[in-house]
Design a protein around this ligand. Structure first.
Ligand code: ZN
Length: 164
């Protein structure tokens, strides 16, 4: 990672409470969560056919190979679809309503779609197809969760000259 430390620090924020249910890792997803804890958004990629897949699994759904590696993406993406949650299905989130759950298509990882939250956005202004940018939410010493905020002009400026 070459992002300036100051920039990351300025975005170190919390959007959801510690009291919400935390994600549970299993033997197939633990590697993904370990990379996330280091603020690296990675996806499993088949070594045999180069297909990305998510969530992580033991076998490529396309070619059945079990050989895979993690590949990091920058965290730029597009809203594929979303929903605005207005009811507290999780009581710990009652005071965070409304919040946005979205499926994000990530640049540089064709075929994967990450379900996450959109933050720092008016739910009424969310649109399918809009550009978003990864932000990490540190939920604990060894747990970071990827969220996404609307892309800004400055994101585009930073991406200039960066090969995808
Ligand atoms: Zn494959």
């Amino acid at each position: 990672m070459s992002a300036p430390v100051t920039e990351q620090a300025s975005e170190r924020r919390r959007w959801f409470p510690d009291t919400m249910p935390m994600p549970a890792a299993n033997s197939e997803t633990i590697g993904w969560w370990e990379e996330a804890a280091r603020h690296r958004l990675v996806f499993q990629r088949c070594i045999s056919c180069a297909q990305f897949r998510h969530p992580p699994g033991p076998v490529c759904p396309q070619c059945r190979s079990s050989e895979a590696r993690w590949e990091e993406v920058a965290g730029d993406g597009v809203v594929f679809t979303y929903t605005v949650v207005r009811q507290a299905f999780v009581s710990a989130l009652a005071d965070r309503l409304p919040y946005v759950v979205a499926a994000i298509d990530l640049d540089g990882a064709a075929g994967v779609r990450l379900v996450s939250n959109l933050v720092d956005v008016d739910p009424a202004e969310v649109q399918i197809g809009s550009r978003v940018k990864l932000v990490w939410e540190d939920m604990g010493p060894a747990l970071a969760v990827p969220r996404f905020r609307p892309a800004r002009e400055s994101d585009r400026a930073r991406a200039t000259g960066t090969a995808r």
